[in-house]
Design a protein around this ligand. Structure first.
Ligand code: SF4
Length: 352
């Protein structure tokens, strides 16, 4: 069986959050015309509460490099030249860069480390922003289509996968693949950390198996500490999604206002400023929430504007945590939530 069939048989999906089928992405790049092609390993993990790629780089740098080499070999045919990059955030470069460089050197592989600029921020890790950054342009997302599989780095077809995906590719290639995923468990819990478990585990099972099930009332943010969806403790029978992080919040410790500030504050800092809805919207949202009596109607209008008109996933995802918290926790009739803003939000009857 060739490597593409093996990846397809393993049903491997991208582990960075979008969960796009890896075999389909690789096939699209293989089929696209180009005298040069590129493979980029996205090691820029930067969403709050997501640490799993760092854990993999620390423990298995050789596997990550092997996975990239598998992709490079897959694309090499009929004289096509293929080059690889590891696009790595400065913290990981400092901690794991020399291990990766050693593994690259041992294999004499055509792979370069590219350290994400300090000032690039979170959005610099978005796949089309990575292309702009490596090409020396402003670190902001590109309009798609064309997708990187067709016109990626320097306009050539490009595979972009994250660290965990390449780790699994290496395991598939050597015949040791297990259907597992890496979960970052954190927040108000006793045993925070990164755990490797079967991919079909439910959220509830992962929290329990890792001995993190709290004795207090809690809710969970699933898939990332800024853009992840909020579920209450009775809604945890699904498998996790996105970047596979599970952040626990002690219900009594957080008011709606504190949570909204916490989430919006991240987006405000990380907005690249390219489009008006996100650049102005995050600023106005933060401003709205930071007065004694917020204009809640304006607040929810702004959220709708962001989700309907933002240019990229960062702006589009600003409302996710806020709206799911309101729906699944704050206004859930079965949960006893005391919050000064609850009635005001409830009376607005806004769409979720
Ligand atoms: S949505 Fe935000 S991060 Fe994305 S392009 Fe617009 S300003 Fe930049």
């Amino acid at each position: 069986m060739d490597i593409l069939s093996k990846i397809r048989a393993a049903d491997l999906k991208g582990c960075g959050g979008a969960a796009y089928p890896t075999a389909d992405k690789w096939q699209a790049v293989k089929d696209a015309f180009g005298p040069r092609k590129y493979v980029i390993c996205n090691a820029s993990e930067g969403e709050p509460m997501v640490f799993k790629d760092g854990y993999i780089l620390k423990n298995w740098p050789a596997k990550v490099v092997d996975g990239i080499i598998v992709a490079i070999d897959f694309l090499k045919e009929h004289g096509v030249e293929v080059e690889g990059y590891i696009f790595i955030n400065p913290e990981y470069a400092k901690k794991f860069g020399r291990f990766l460089a050693n593994e690259i050197q041992k294999r004499n592989a055509p792979i370069s480390l590219y350290v994400k600029p300090e000032e690039g921020g979170y959005i610099c890790g978005e796949e089309s922003a990575i292309l702009n950054t490596i090409e020396g342009n402003k670190s902001e997302p590109r309009l798609r289509p064309p997708f990187p599989t067709q016109k990626g780095l320097w306009g050539e077809p490009t595979i972009i996968n994250n660290v965990e995906t390449f780790y699994h590719v290496a395991k598939i290639a050597e015949g040791t693949y297990e259907t597992v995923r890496f979960y970052s468990v954190n927040g108000d819990c006793k045993n925070p950390g990164v755990y490797k478990h079967r991919a079909d585990r439910t959220i509830k099972e992962i929290i329990a198996i890792t001995k993190n099930w709290p004795k207090f009332d809690f809710f969970v943010q699933v898939g990332g500490g800024s853009a992840g969806e909020i579920l209450n403790q009775h809604q945890l029978s699904a498998t996790p999604t996105g970047a596979m992080s599970l952040t626990l919040y002690r219900t009594s410790e957080w008011t709606a206002r504190e949570l909204f500030r916490h989430w919006i504050g991240f987006f405000l800092i990380e907005s690249c400023g390219q489009c008006v809805p996100c650049r102005e919207g995050t600023y106005r949202l933060y401003e709205t929430i930071n007065v004694k009596n917020p204009d809640w109607k304006l607040f929810f209008d702004l959220l709708d504007d962001l989700s309907e008109t933002s240019f990229c996933g960062l702006g589009l995802s600003v409302p996710t945590a806020i709206k799911s918290y309101i729906k699944n926790v704050l206004l859930n009739a079965e949960l006893n939530i005391k919050d000064a803003d609850k009635e005001k939000i409830k009376n607005l009857n806004f769409k979720i």
